[in-house]
Ligand binder design. Structure first.
Ligand SMILES: [Zn+2]
Length: 92
């Protein structure tokens, strides 16, 4: 496996430790660990942008955010049954 040097931490890591940029197919210059850390910091520093991105995503995929009471009820029923089973098995 090829190796690549991370520009952030300076470590030489296997290429599977780097994220790929979907658009170009190139690997990012910083490793996954550094990218994740940078992302976290960025999100903390840009809560408004995070919200805007979420809103945009919600707008682009409204079907994922549709509130369906029947789904909620179904889930609730399932959770109830699961809990009942769990307690029943625990009691023995
Ligand atoms: Zn790194």
């Amino acid at each position: 496996m090829k190796r690549k040097k991370c520009t952030k931490c300076g470590k030489t890591l296997r290429v599977d430790k780097f994220y790929k940029i979907k658009k170009t197919g190139y690997l990012k210059s910083s490793c996954k660990k550094c990218s994740n850390a940078a992302n976290k910091v960025w999100r903390l520093n840009n809560p408004e942008k995070v919200k805007a991105t979420q809103r945009a995503y919600q707008k682009a995929h409204p079907e994922k955010f549709v509130y369906k009471p029947e789904n909620y009820l179904k889930n609730k029923e399932e959770i109830k049954q699961r809990q009942a089973k769990y307690y029943a098995s625990k009691g023995k």
